[in-house]
Design a protein around this ligand. Structure first.
Ligand SMILES: [Zn+2]
Length: 415
């Protein structure tokens, strides 16, 4: 190689991440829910950094930070999110935003590099007001009515009121200009322990799971717990418990190698020990990267409900309340991440699916997308103890910047 490839400045990346950690600091993590003062301050912080990377940017009408470069050549979109879960970690989101900013600073300012990186911070990836409202707005799939209906799951404050308070009411929402970008690249902490346990440094995401969520409702007969004999009962709570056990018996025969399913909140009505519950409800979620697998499991849920209904004691209904499409990451992006890992992380990378949802799955519906993971210490996230070793953060940044460089270069070469 005649000219060394430009590289990430590890100290600058760590300093930026720590600067963001100080905005809404909570113990070792942050409390920066969507549209909180701290969240808005973090967005403004990012906007103020953009000129260093040769970018012009602003906060749009849904709280996304979006930026543009005037440099000729191919453009790569990169980013993540700046809000956090309540009282959560400092890296979930900011890591990907700072890597994107660093890539833009290094590559956009280098005249030897054709093209540029445009930085984005997607609003509300953590779902305080909805599901991926920021990136879905950019992709053109959020209506004004969706915004009218959105409210903060913790405080109940409407999204309209939050936008008004943030000074964003009436500000236009920026939508994707089709064909502008060669694709979207996002980095994130793994939020699991696969990389750590295998002593690897970089996860090359192959796909992002789809999440299907259900409300399963059982109807029986509410009656006196002391005078109703066991054989006469139509106990909706018992039917629910049996259904949970039946799922765990049946799903393993139908699922894929990485399918997961989880029962959420269970409510018994009326839920007093002296009254047989006449109604019971459970929230239930399935995650898998393969639609066919989840469709098979959904069919099983309906079949099992049919069997319960056939017994005539209690009735069951299964309602799907959320259907997230799994997203495949672009193969060229996976290869670029692998090549960068081979050169800067001793090849310690692994192709793996993402069990968590990310904005990249939304962006993948409108352009080629890729994701890379860095190790999470102990696999912990959505908690203020979430952390990644500084050394791994720096390695990830170098691999990220080099991946961007490779993608821009291969895009130019292909023209
Ligand atoms: Zn995240």
């Amino acid at each position: 190689m005649t000219h060394p490839a430009p590289s990430a400045d590890g100290a600058r990346v760590l300093a930026d991440l720590n600067a963001l950690r100080a905005i809404g600091a909570y113990k070792a993590g942050v409390h920066r829910p969507t549209f909180s003062e701290a969240h808005l301050a973090s967005l403004q912080w990012l906007v103020a950094r953009l000129p260093e990377a040769g970018l012009t940017g602003a906060i749009d009408g849904i709280g996304n930070v979006l930026s543009t470069s005037a440099k000729p050549g191919p453009k790569l979109l990169a980013g993540s999110h700046l809000e956090s879960q309540n009282y959560a970690g400092w890296l979930d989101g900011p890591l990907g935003v700072i890597y994107a900013l660093e890539a833009a600073r290094v590559l956009n300012n280098d005249p030897a590099i054709m093209g540029s990186v445009e930085v984005a911070a997607w609003c509300d990836e953590e779902g305080h007001f909805g599901h991926f409202l920021g990136s879905r707005s950019y992709a053109g799939s959020v209506t004004e009515a969706d915004i009218d209906a959105a409210a903060d799951r913790t405080s109940g404050r409407s999204m309209r009121a939050a936008l008004q308070a943030a000074g964003l009411a009436g500000v236009a929402r920026v939508q994707c200009e089709r064909g502008r970008h060669i694709g979207y690249l996002e980095a994130h902490i793994e939020q699991g322990r696969t990389l750590e346990s295998e002593r690897l440094k970089i996860g090359v995401v192959t796909s992002i799971v789809g999440i299907w969520q259900y409300r399963i409702t059982f109807s029986g007969e509410q009656n006196h717990a002391g005078t109703t004999r066991m054989d006469e009962r139509k106990d909706a709570g018992l039917a629910l418990a049996q259904f949970c056990v039946a799922i765990d018996a049946r799903f393993p025969k139908l699922c894929g190698p990485r399918t997961v399913w989880t029962t959420g909140r269970i409510t018994l009505d009326p839920g007093a020990p002296s009254i047989i519950p006449g109604r019971a409800e459970m929230l239930f979620q399935i995650r898998d990267a393969d639609v066919a697998v989840v469709a098979r499991l959904e069919q099983a849920l309906h079949a099992m409900a049919g069997e319960v209904n056939g017994q005539g004691r209690c009735s069951v209904t299964v309602d799907c309340i959320r259907k997230g499409t799994p997203a495949l990451m672009d193969d060229r992006f996976q290869q670029a991440i692998e090549a960068a890992s081979a050169s800067l992380a001793s090849g310690k990378s692994l192709r793996m699916p993402s069990g968590a949802g990310h904005d990249a799955q939304v962006l993948a519906t409108i352009m080629p997308a890729g994701m890379l993971f860095v190790p999470s210490i102990g696999g912990i996230s959505h908690h203020w103890t979430e952390n990644t070793a500084d050394e791994d953060i720096v390695t990830g940044a170098r691999v990220f910047v080099d991946t961007c460089r490779r993608l821009l270069a291969s895009s130019t070469a292909g023209r």
